[in-house]
Design a binder for this molecule. Structure first.
Ligand SMILES: Cc1ncc(COP(=O)(O)O)c(C=O)c1O
Length: 286
């Protein structure tokens, strides 16, 4: 179910360390197969890294249960919160994850800046991944000692302006009220699911019990890209393609999907326009 960014770095590390990457299967509904996951764990498991909310399907994964099982096997855990942070309440302590990451541009903030959380004890033990100014305590030609957290991991001059903007974006979300936004988004999800399912030939990919306001779908005998172009021409923005989750698309045996995602600013009328736009596009392409 992972975005390429939670696959490729591990493949690179596996090559370097001769480690083995194991993949949690995905059910037909688009949920992680948690029973199969638990069978994959062994005393050799070093790290479990999973997406909190799937960007392609909208599935909300049972991260607490996944983390607990990983810890029982002696593994550390990393949660990719790129898609969950804007939609769900995030409490890393309650979740008990060892690492949590999210990107600024998924929380209405700037690109190229994000947040990486780690448990203090682990971060203190780990070596810095990058060297430069600010991350040092003392430098001599004989030996360099490192700064305290978080500076140890913040080599060089940081992206100050975007970090300030990210803080404003997070404040905006908190002030708006996540619960209020979530209620609105879930109402839109229910309405859109009902309306879209009524379109002949349309199949929703990802019908997890726990979802955020994302609907991925395909339409029989029509390429997602063609739908995307015709919707775009009508002023309706969706994303089409593999959504940087090629293995997940392969799992469903499809080249990609059309994905409509709803946020705090979307309305029921916009969903009606999406449905009308789709009907028009299907008529033109059939
Ligand atoms: C679930 C998920 N993980 C990771 C990423 C990658 O984020 P970034 O491009 O900021 O590394 C994305 C971005 O689309 C995402 O949706």
């Amino acid at each position: 179910m992972e975005h390429h960014s939670n696959i490729v770095p591990w493949q690179m590390l596996c090559e370097e360390k001769k480690a083995v990457l194991k993949i949690i299967p995905v059910t037909d509904e688009g949920e992680l197969d948690v029973i199969a996951y638990k069978k994959l764990l062994s005393p050799k498991t070093k790290l479990v890294s999973i997406v909190h909310v799937s960007n392609s399907l909208g599935t909300v994964n049972p991260v607490k249960e996944i983390i607990k099982a990983a810890h029982e096997a002696g593994a550390v855990t990393l949660i990719d919160g790129a898609q969950s942070t804007v939609h769900l309440d995030i409490d890393v302590q309650e979740m008990d994850c060892d690492f949590f990451a999210f990107s600024g541009h998924k929380v209405y903030g700037p690109t190229g800046v994000g947040v990486f959380y780690g448990k203090k004890g682990i971060l203190e033990k780990m070596p810095p991944f990058m060297g430069g100014g600010e991350m040092i305590r003392e430098v001599t030609f004989e030996k360099t000692t490192y700064n305290e957290l978080p500076y140890k991991y913040e080599a060089g001059t940081p992206n100050i302006a975007d970090t300030v903007a990210l803080k404003s974006a997070l404040d905006f979300i908190t002030e708006t009220g996540k619960q209020c936004v979530r209620n609105h988004e879930m109402e839109l999800l229910e309405y859109a699911t009902r309306e879209l399912e009524a379109i002949p030939g349309l199949k929703i990919i990802g019908k997890a019990k726990e979802k955020i306001s994302v609907i991925s779908f395909i339409i029989k005998n029509i390429h997602p890209q063609d739908i995307g172009v015709l919707l775009d021409n009508q002023g309706i923005a969706v994303r089409t393609g593999h959504h940087c989750t090629q293995p997940l698309m392969a799992r469903f045996g499809i080249p990609g999907t059309v994905r409509a995602s709803f946020a705090m600013y979307n309305t029921h009328e916009e969903i009606d326009r999406l449905v009308e736009g789709l009907q028009k596009a299907i008529k033109m392409l059939s």
